[in-house]
Design a binder for this molecule. Sequence first.
Ligand code: ADP
Ligand code: MG
Ligand code: MG
Length: 207
Amino acid sequence: MIDNKKMVEIMQAIAKRMEKEKEFLTELDNAIGDGDHGINLARGFAAVEQKLPQLADKDLGAILKGVGMALVSNVGGASGPLYGTAFMKAGGALKGETDIDAEKFAAAFEAGVEGIKMRGKAHEGEKTMLDAQCPALKALKEALAAGKDLKTAMGEAVAAAKDGVAYTKTIIATKGRASYLGERSIGHEDPGAMSSLMMLEEITRVL
Ligand code: ADP
Ligand code: MG
Ligand code: MG
């Protein structure tokens, strides 16, 4: 269902979207951080895009590991190591795989989310990217368990991630730079949750 060609297409779509949303994500980060989230991700995914031709013929695990490594080594901010770890862990879950089904996709997504939790020492409810990703993963797993196909299930995951982004507006940040603001972080959406939503939208569109 997802082979190397489709995986490369997904990464290209994410790279394009990050470039397009660079200013918007940076504006969100301006409000509660240091105003570089969009710049960080656009730079990181530009490096990913450059590396894709070398990765295109490899198995899915190797492609995702290469993507993760490009993010870790090209993004200065917190989001580089966090997203980098997520893609590397997802790659670890797909070692040697060349064409995966919905269940394997969900397992890789879960490995990525667990990687972020571990690396960021964070959990849901701290106003981070996890507040988009955790509800999305839960919705994906529930939809697949109910017998829905991957694209439909991912549609539900995207809807859950949207609610998650809206939820970040209502809570205090306790991780990352936004936590320095304490109460003043309320009323603003988390930039990392927003970029995660965008990535999920791109994956779903390409499927
Ligand atoms: P920096 O804060 O270093 O400038 P970015 O602006 O690129 O890095 O990324 C900020 C985003 O990273 C936040 O919006 C949040 O979603 C996410 N983030 C920060 N710290 C953590 C953490 N410990 N765990 C999970 N996500 C985090
Ligand atoms: Mg920042
Ligand atoms: Mg920064």
